[in-house]
Every structure is written in structure tokens, then in C-alpha cells.
Design a protein around this ligand. Structure first.
Ligand code: ADP
Ligand code: SF4
Ligand code: MG
Length: 341
């Protein structure tokens, strides 16, 4: 078996806070291959961003305990020095954030910011770097890039700023791109354009992408594989087709029922998941989803609130739930009948 390009094993990320220990990520494993997109989906607070900031090495080490393994192209990142990580960031791996305005400096032109990132990693001359910035702006679909290169972020629209951030993230041809809800703040049309752009760039350069979102519709559009997170843990994973066509965990089912049908053709009423995501300061015992799960009482012996269900993964497919396959077939059947995808 070949080694995956990115391999995360049993990742744990705990923060010491004044209120106690926040177990933001609690035993997470996944792989991402070159040229493929892993979609990570889950409600707000499930540990998606924390996971990915760990890969980039962006946590404050004094207040954060990290365990497990993160191996990128043969290199262990969790134990790597700040200097090594600094070198890898922007070059080998880079990230697009939700809020472009917060990630771009208001004091420098968009062009200078892109050019400086390029210079830092390649040692190119100012002239070369500027030419590269213009080329990147053109590639991400910014009109008149040779003029816009000298403008400041506030002169760009939201969609254009997001493109500029993508240009900056891609200027050194990173092999791993992490996109953290990059389209959440954008209108649907721009959102679709940005996703097409990422797909084109991936095809061209074979980039491995981790795409984080709370929206299964976005996953349906962009992902090859899917990891569903709840309360700092993976509750279900598989290929996009497996997860979206035959969800195997009550939480995934809940997410699907709470958003407009993915194929857009059936009139199924939306049912939000009751309650709210758990606090990771004091998470529920057993299955972290049990206080909100409609099926918990179907499992005998109160197992859902006492025992953590294990995640058994066979060939990349698995889910963590105490229900038997027969029970799931019965209980999930109503759902399947109403959706024709
Ligand atoms: N630096 C930090 N210190 C303490 N708690 C944090 C820190 N960063 C994130 N958290 C907590 O970790 C949990 C997961 O956060 P996050 O990964 O940002 O969720 P999301 O899935 O919405 O991206 C949340 O409960 C959040 O409050
Ligand atoms: S283990 Fe129990 S509470 Fe958790 S998802 Fe399965 S049925 Fe629901
Ligand atoms: Mg987040």
C-alpha cells in the first residue's frame, strides 16, 4: 500500500483555559491523497478549524496539547520546529480562510501581499514577484489584474477579495490547500464560481484539498471523500457517494434532513436537529450525540450515554454508533423513501 500524501492519526488537540480543559479534537484519523478533495463537515464548534490549524502548526504551543501524528509527504508536522513549519506554510501547504478581510492586511496593496509571499519562499526579485502576482490574479479570474494588483483589499468586493486570498494561497503552488469555509460569506453565484475555480486549479496542479464546511450541499459539489465531525470526533466517513447516498450515522442523517434536499427535486420538509452542539469543556459521556439523538432509546442498556461507540473503518468507510445494521436499515428507511438520490 502506498503512503498517503497527508496522514492524520489519532489527533488530539486540547486547550488549557481558565474554565478547564477544552477537548476540541479527540482522536481523529484521516488521509488525503494528491489531486483529491476531502470534505470535512459538521456544525459550528465540532473541531473542524482546530484540526486544520493543527496541520498548519498555528496553535499556541504553550496553551495547547497535541497528540497523535500528522505526516505530510513523509514529514512529521506535530513535532516539527516552528522554523520548519514556517517554511512549509505558504509553500507546501496553505490555507484559505472564511474571512478574507481579516486575513489580508489593510495597509498593503493586494499585489504587494501576494508578491511578498512569493518572494519569501522563492527569493524572486521584486519585479518577478509582481509579475507573478498579476499572473495569479488573472488566474483566479480578477479582471484587469495589472490594474487591480495596485489596489487595497477594501477596494475589492467580497468575492474578489476571496479570489485574491486564493491567489495568495496558491502563489507558491502548494501541494496541500486547506479551505476553511471559504465561501460561507458569499452569495450563491460567487460561491459556485469559487468552487469551480478550486476544481480547475486542482485539476491543473494535482493539489490535495481539505474543504471545511457546515453545508452538506457544498460537500456534494466538491468532495471526493467525506468526514463528518461531531463534538471533536469523527462520527462517519466514506466516499461522498457512500455518505450522501447511504448515511450510516444518525447525525449525518440529521444534517441531511435539516437542509434542502441535495438533488433539489423533492419536497421534503426540513427538520432541524433538536438541541445544540455540545460544549467541549464538559462533553456528554458515551456517544457525544446522545442528548440530541432520536434513536438513542433504541439501543438497550443505556449504552449510548455510557459507552463511547468505536469507529470501525473498513476501506475508508465507517461510522461510530451503537445501533446494529438491521436497526439502522429499519430506522433510516423512512428517510431513504423520501429521498430519491
Ligand atoms: N484557542 C482555543 N482555546 C480554547 N478553545 C478553543 C480554541 N480554539 C477553539 N476552541 C474551541 O474548540 C471547539 C472547536 O472549535 P472549532 O474547531 O473552531 O470549530 P468549528 O468546527 O466550528 O471550526 C470549540 O468549542 C471552540 O470554542
Ligand atoms: S450511538 Fe446511540 S446516541 Fe450515538 S448516534 Fe448511535 S444511536 Fe444515537
Ligand atoms: Mg471553523
Amino acid at each position: 500500500m502506498s503512503t498517503p500524501f497527508l496522514s492524520v492519526r489519532d489527533l488530539r488537540v486540547h486547550f488549557s483555559t481558565e474554565d478547564g480543559l477544552v477537548k476540541a479534537v479527540d482522536g481523529l484519523s484521516f488521509d488525503v491523497e494528491k489531486g483529491k478533495t476531502l470534505g470535512i463537515v459538521g456544525e459550528s464548534g465540532s473541531g473542524k478549524s482546530v484540526t486544520n490549524l493543527s496541520i498548519l502548526g498555528l496553535h499556541n504551543r504553550e496553551r495547547t496539547t497535541m497528540d497523535g501524528e500528522i505526516i505530510l509527504d513523509g514529514q512529521e508536522l506535530l513535532t516539527a520546529s516552528e522554523r520548519t513549519l514556517e517554511k512549509l506554510r505558504g509553500n507546501k501547504m496553505s490555507m484559505i480562510f472564511q474571512d478574507a478581510l481579516a486575513s489580508l492586511s489593510p495597509y498593503h496593496t493586494v499585489g504587494v501581499q501576494i508578491a511578498e509571499t512569493y518572494r519569501k519562499h522563492t527569493g524572486a526579485s521584486k519585479r518577478e514577484a509582481r509579475a507573478r502576482a498579476v499572473e495569479m490574479l488573472r488566474r483566479v479570474g480578477i479582471p484587469q489584474p495589472d490594474v487591480r494588483v495596485d489596489e487595497y483589499p477594501h477596494q475589492f468586493s467580497g468575492g474578489m477579495r476571496q479570489r485574491a486570498m486564493i491567489a495568495m494561497a496558491l502563489v507558491c503552488d502548494p501541494e496541500l490547500l486547506i479551505a476553511d469555509e471559504p465561501t460561507t460569506a458569499l452569495d450563491v453565484t460567487v460561491q459556485a464560481q469559487i468552487m469551480d475555480l478550486l476544481k480547475d486549479l486542482q485539476q491543473e496542479f494535482g493539489t490535495a484539498i481539505i474543504f471545511i464546511t457546515h453545508d452538506l450541499g457544498v460537500i456534494a459539489d466538491i468532495a471526493d471523500d467525506v468526514l463528518v465531525m461531531y463534538g471533536g470526533r469523527c462520527v462517519e466517513r466514506g466516499t461522498k457517494k457512500e455518505v450522501l447516498r447511504s448515511p450510516d450515522h444518525p447525525y449525518t442523517l440529521g444534517l441531511m434532513n435539516s437542509m434542502p434536499t441535495l438533488n433539489g427535486s423533492v419536497d421534503v420538509p426540513l427538520t432541524p436537529i433538536p438541541g445544540s452542539p455540545p460544549s467541549l469543556l464538559n462533553p456528554p459521556s458515551g456517544c457525544r450525540f446522545h442528548p440530541r439523538c432520536a434513536f438513542a432509546e433504541k439501543v438497550s442498556g443505556g449504552l449510548c450515554s455510557s459507552d463511547r461507540p468505536t469507529l470501525e473503518v473498513v476501506e475508508g468507510r465507517g461510522s461510530a454508533c451503537h445501533l446494529t445494521q438491521e436497526q439502522k436499515q429499519d430506522l433510516f428507511a423512512d428517510f431513504a423513501a423520501t429521498r430519491h438520490n
